[in-house]
Ligand binder design. Structure first.
Ligand code: G
Ligand code: G
Ligand code: MN
Ligand code: NA
Length: 249
């Protein structure tokens, strides 16, 4: 496929860009941090979605240098965001299973933190339960090594996989990200159940895909602490993310 060879060039050619979506405290709508999301500006196809090119990056192994670039870029931008807002912020970075299988991940995270000076306590690595599908014990070892620097782990797309509950006991996670399908499909009992599960396990819960004020208020009433979604903000380019301020409550 031609996208494959194009992707090889894309990093060096500066065609990859990170967008940043705010994560807010549902209590008052204030910004707790941002999630970094990759975008590829392809010279002829225009914007290519990560849903299309991340799988290619994984098959070709290019996810390793791309992921390294993402970690460096996101932690450096996190420092700029903190300067712009004058307070501490978290930065969430997505990791795929392939990145975790590669031995370099621990060194890559360490070097991004050292180069940026961003504190590990505010870096959140998002993973899905698919990290356990292949060589799960190795993945858990690497995750524990990462956690030993003080970073946080979030389980992304929670509630959509096969056996989320048993995976929860194996993965050393701090945060559950409730998949946006729960809000989209209007599943209030399941949403309440997962928020309750998070509380029982002393995990933070981030609700994804908040698009209306009613969804916000309902989650607030359930005691869900954090959220993200188009209601607060779409993913923003770097300049717009620096200018983003909490919506007035
Ligand atoms: O922003 P958006 O719809 O387009 O993202 C789609 C998916 O791509 C998300 O579910 C996310 O997990 C994945 N993704 C986005 N950015 C990155 C990244 O930097 N690294 C990895 N591994 N996945 C990413
Ligand atoms: O899997 P992951 O959660 O990393 O994917 C995040 C993706 O979800 C991004 O592509 C982002 O653009 C998308 N997204 C974020 N907020 C909303 C929302 O409120 N509604 C919808 N439909 N998509 C969203
Ligand atoms: Mn994510
Ligand atoms: Na998600």
């Amino acid at each position: 496929l031609e996208l494959r060879s194009d992707l090889e060039r894309a990093i060096g050619a500066g065609e990859l860009e990170l967008y940043y979506q705010p994560v807010v405290r549902l209590g008052d709508g204030s910004v707790s941090g941002f999630e970094a999301l990759l975008r590829w500006h392809h010279p002829t196809r225009g914007m290519v979605s990560p849903v299309e090119f991340i799988p290619i990056a994984e098959e070709t192994g290019l996810i390793v240098p791309i992921g390294r670039w993402v970690l460096h870029e996101a932690t450096q931008h996190a420092r700029r965001l903190e300067e712009a807002t004058g307070g501490p912020l978290r930065m969430n970075v997505n990791l795929s299973a392939k990145q975790l299988q590669h031995g370099g991940i621990v060194a890559d995270v360490k070097s991004a933190l050292a180069a940026s000076g961003f504190p590990p306590e505010r870096l959140v690595l998002e993973l899905t339960e698919s990290v356990l599908l292949e060589d799960g014990d190795l993945a858990v070892m690497r995750l524990n090594a990462l956690k030993s620097f003080g970073i946080r782990l979030a389980l992304d797309d929670f509630g959509t996989g096969f056996s989320s509950l048993s995976y929860l006991s194996r993965l050393p996670v701090d945060v559950l990200k409730l998949d946006r399908s729960f809000l989209r499909d209007g599943a209030p009992a399941l949403t309440a159940g997962i928020v309750g599960l998070g509380a029982a396990l002393q995990l933070e819960v981030v609700a994804e895909g908040i698009e209306t004020d009613d969804q916000w208020y309902a989650l607030q009433a359930l005691g869900c602490d954090y959220g993200q979604g188009f209601y607060f903000s779409r993913p923003l380019d770097a300049a717009a993310s620096l200018a983003y301020r909490a919506i007035a409550v």
